[in-house]
Design a protein around this ligand. Structure first.
Ligand code: CP
Length: 320
């Protein structure tokens, strides 16, 4: 693995999951792997779980970690080629990224989409410029369209919680949920990309009209506007809001109530409830579900460490 920007960089997903689960059993077994190597974690947007879990993972491998809150503490970056920088931006990515490449052996970058310009966001203009100019392996800590460390974690968590029934494949439902703010499609895109690449689940997406995701990520997974039908016999329900891809970045009013409750979940196979967090309680998911025995969100967030450690281990193994 040279970079880790999406499921396409994961190589053999099954092996990566296996590695993460082995690491979970013995987190400090490879403390010399990252000795003498430095990881930079650069945040252009807020984070709690990604920042801390990746830092812990790197330290478990003996790496030195430096976190740089670029949006708060750094010069504002310019990403446009040929820009006349007489406005608010102070440093071009072409100048900054090669320097980061000198300071670090691996770099992680968090950069959210604008939700204004779909073409630029879906071309992953920002993270690819870091890749182009920094010259060292880049790990996505969530970019404009995907969140691969989250999705690897999600698949690991599903594998750990597979139901003991006779199904050959668990039924996994990704359901849209309400929110008060327009959110990126990243987590939903990424979850769809990883679930379809993993190929070990019956995967269904439920969302209101106007909220279909880019088919590039859903890879032929069935999409329905009928949440209740989708939930039927589900083993895992992944809850997430996203803004419209079609009317890019917009919140479109929806007719039905998409907030889950216990009654709606009664048709599932006692489904486990997942969410990437942070979650807006009683807007996106109700207290009664978040605080129920079916919720595996804390376990899921805990697994972020093992996903990050598996990815870092793979990249470190490839460094000279
Ligand atoms: N799920 C997730 O990425 O959490 P943070 O935004 O806190 O990193």
């Amino acid at each position: 693995m040279k970079n880790f920007l999406s499921a396409q960089d994961a190589g053999n997903i099954h092996e990566l999951i296996k590695t993460a689960l082995e690491i979970k059993k013995d987190p400090l077994s490879s403390q010399s792997l990252g000795k003498g190597k430095r990881l930079g974690l650069l945040f252009l947007n807020p984070s709690m779980r990604t920042r801390l879990s990746t830092q812990i993972a790197a330290q478990n491998l003996g790496m030195e970690v430096i976190v740089f809150n670029a949006s708060q503490d750094g010069w504002s970056f310019e990403f446009e080629e040929g820009a006349v920088m007489n406005g608010t931006t102070a440093e071009h990515i072409k100048d900054a990224a090669p320097i980061l490449g000198k300071y670090f052996d691996i770099i992680g970058i968090r950069t959210f989409p604008s939700l204004k310009n779909r073409e630029d966001d879906y071309a992953e203009k920002i993270i690819y410029q870091f890749v182009k100019y920094c010259g060292i392996p880049v790990i996505s800590l969530e970019s404009a369209t995907v969140h691969p460390l989250q999705s690897l974690t999600d698949v690991i968590t599903i594998v750990e919680n597979l139901p003991l029934n006779n199904k050959t494949k668990p039924k996994v439902v990704l359901t849209w949920a309400p929110h008060v703010k327009p959110l990126p499609q990243c987590v939903a895109n990424s979850f769809s990309q990883w679930l379809t690449a993993w190929g070990q689940a019956e995967f269904v997406i439920a969302n209101p009209t106007g909220y279909d995701l880019d088919k590039k990520f859903t890879n032929g997974a069935p999409v329905t506007n009928d949440q209740s039908a989708a939930l039927n016999d589900a083993d895992f329900v992944y809850v997430k809001n996203w803004s419209s891809y079609e009317q890019y970045g917009k919140i479109i009013s929806v007719e039905n109530d998409w907030l889950l409750n216990k009654e709606k979940l009664s048709v599932t196979n006692d489904a486990k409830i997942m969410h990437c967090l942070p979650v807006r309680r009683n807007v996106e998911l109700s207290d009664e579900i978040l605080d129920s025995k079916n919720s595996i969100i804390t376990e899921e967030a805990g697994n972020r460490v093992w996903a990050a450690q598996a990815v870092l281990s793979d990249i470190l193994n490839g460094l000279s």
